[in-house]
Design a protein around this ligand. Structure first.
Ligand code: HEC
Length: 115
């Protein structure tokens, strides 16, 4: 049973890894690593993608497509959050591609609690 669980988890990580890999093509991970500093993303979401504020989400290993869609929704006002609506407004498409490529490329391992 445990072996099956491990296998399932491994497959999940593979799938997540693959989708992250495909998305990276749309942005420059190295440039993104710089930009999260200059654009201040790291102040709240952390250099390593683990949030520094209790109200901010972790971005490490998040799918790039998901993050691009979220930032687009903050930009348009479709998704409302005072902080992110302000932050997203001036971001250029290239910046969004780079910073999300960076955060998506951070490898994440998970440890599921034993019930
Ligand atoms: C001052 C703190 C702060 C800064 C700086 C900041 N964020 Fe956020 N971010 C937040 C908070 C808080 C949320 C959760 C908002 C909500 O509830 O919708 C969030 C949400 C997000 C989300 C959605 C995540 C999800 O799981 O839905 C993305 C993507 C994101 N931020 C990217 C960025 C990027 C890229 C930058 C830099 C350009 C940045 N943020 C800068 C505080 C911040």
């Amino acid at each position: 049973m445990l072996r099956l669980l491990c296998l399932g988890l491994f497959c999940l990580i593979c799938v997540l890894g693959l989708s992250g890999g495909a998305a990276r093509a749309d942005g420059d991970v190295k440039a993104g690593a710089q930009k999260i500093r200059t654009l201040q993303c790291q102040t709240c979401h952390g250099q390593n993608g683990i949030a520094k504020l209790p109200g901010a989400p972790n971005l490490a290993g998040q799918p790039q497509d998901y993050m691009i869609a979220a930032i687009g929704a903050y930009k348009s006002g479709e998704r409302k959050n005072d902080i992110m609506n302000t932050i997203a407004q001036p971001l250029k498409d290239a910046d969004i591609a780079d910073v999300t490529a960076y955060y998506a490329s951070i490898a994440v391992t998970v440890k599921v609690p034993t019930p």
